[in-house]
Design a protein around this ligand. Structure first.
Ligand code: EPU
Length: 334
């Protein structure tokens, strides 16, 4: 048995029967040809999972590295990045080389291979805008398959890899478009106000990256200090009827208008209103600076965190009639 404590950012101590590091596509195919179980579990940075119980399946860690420029023009370039590269290290590489597009996505934990799974996004940007394709190996047949951006069906914290093709492919490489003359995106209010407070009038991509890092550090706990997996729930998207009922009950509700008369409500606001923010329950609870983040204060079990998540989810439903669903992947659910 192998402990997974060091392989998930919640720091949950569960075990798996075998643990394999995958270093290249060739290595992956070799390992999969000898696999002993039809199903496997793939982990990148382990930053978007909650391990609820010991796992019965073998675990494969994506450690395929490398950043390669595959095409370049005056305006932009196309890079192919190994699925095991750390996302923030890749963003730092972009910043050091003055390539824009991902500065707003600085400091997101996890790996490049996991990024298309939930279409990572923050501060007014998401990778769907710059994704070109995703190279994979099909676990069952060991055949390579490249998914175009369209075939990935990227949505809000969602992709084909989270529903129809769930558990069927190993992401080996991802291609992105980077910009050489990026016009910075300051649409998220806090970025603009922090830049203004620092008297930065013509921000560079590096300035934006620094500001994003500071905002994240002020709101989100660092997994090296306190176990967590970022936002635990997705922000619910509700129809007009449910929205009007909610607004009637709570005229101060925070919301974002979406296409087709739909409304996105910050789950963090809903949870905060119910008094869960900063409240500790055993070894877990909702983080004091951002209620949407569940934390492990030390020694929490996966099932303890899961039970707390269910309590919060039920309370939000009973109080507001709004269903919130986990954004993190739940593993070992019996
Ligand atoms: N809010 C509260 N109380 C809280 C948390 C939030 O009232 O405890 C309110 C805020 O005041 C604000 C609104 O809710 O009016 C939205 O909060 P915030 O801007 O912090 O963003 P979020 O909707 O809670 C999302 C992403 C984050 C991403 C931020 C910034 C999801 C599930 N989460 O959070 O992504 O960093 O926007 O763009 O969409 C992640 O996916 O792990 C993650 C951290």
């Amino acid at each position: 048995m192998y402990s997974l404590k060091d392989y998930n950012t919640f720091g949950i101590d569960v075990t798996c029967p075998s643990l394999h590091e995958v270093n290249s596509e060739y290595h992956l195919i070799e390992l999969l040809a000898n696999k002993t179980s039809d199903e496997i579990i793939i982990l990148g940075g382990g930053s978007n999972v909650l391990l609820i119980n010991d796992l019965e399946l073998p675990v494969y860690l994506n450690r395929i590295n490398g950043i390669e420029v595959v095409d370049e023009s005056e305006e932009e370039l196309i890079v192919e990045v190994g699925g095991g590269e750390n996302w923030h290290q890749f963003v730092c590489w972009c910043m050091n080389n003055n390539f824009g597009n991902f500065e707003n996505l600085s400091l997101i934990p996890g790996t490049v291979g996991a990024a298309p799974m939930q279409n990572i996004g923050a501060y007014g940007e998401e990778i769907s805008k710059y994704l070109i394709n995703v190279s994979t190996v099909e676990l069952k047949t060991l055949k390579k398959r490249v998914f175009s951006a369209e075939e990935c069906e990227l949505g809000y914290r969602n992709s084909v890899f989270k529903h129809r093709e769930k558990g069927k492919y190993f992401i080996t490489k991802v291609q992105f478009r980077l910009s050489k003359n990026r016009k910075v995106n300051l649409s998220y209010g806090a970025i603009e106000s922090l830049l203004a407070a620092r008297n930065i009038l013509k921000p560079t991509i590096q300035d934006v990256s620094k500001v994003v890092i500071d905002i994240r550090n002020s709101k989100l706990p660092s997994p090296s200090e306190i176990g967590n997996a970022g936002s635990f729930f997705k922000n619910p998207i509700i129809d007009e009827k449910s929205f009007l009922e909610l607004k009637n009950k709570r005229p101060d509700v925070v919301f974002y208008e979406m296409p087709n008369s739909q409304y996105k409500i910050p789950a963090g606001w809903l949870i905060d209103q119910l008094g869960w923010k900063g409240k500790r329950v055993g070894n877990t609870g909702c983080y004091a600076q951002q209620a949407l983040v569940l934390v492990n204060y030390g020694g929490a079990t996966g099932s303890e965190i899961y039970r707390h998540a269910l309590t919060v989810q039920q309370d939000v439903y009973d109080s507001f009639g709004v269903e919130i669903t986990p954004e993190v992947n739940l593993l070992g659910l019996s």
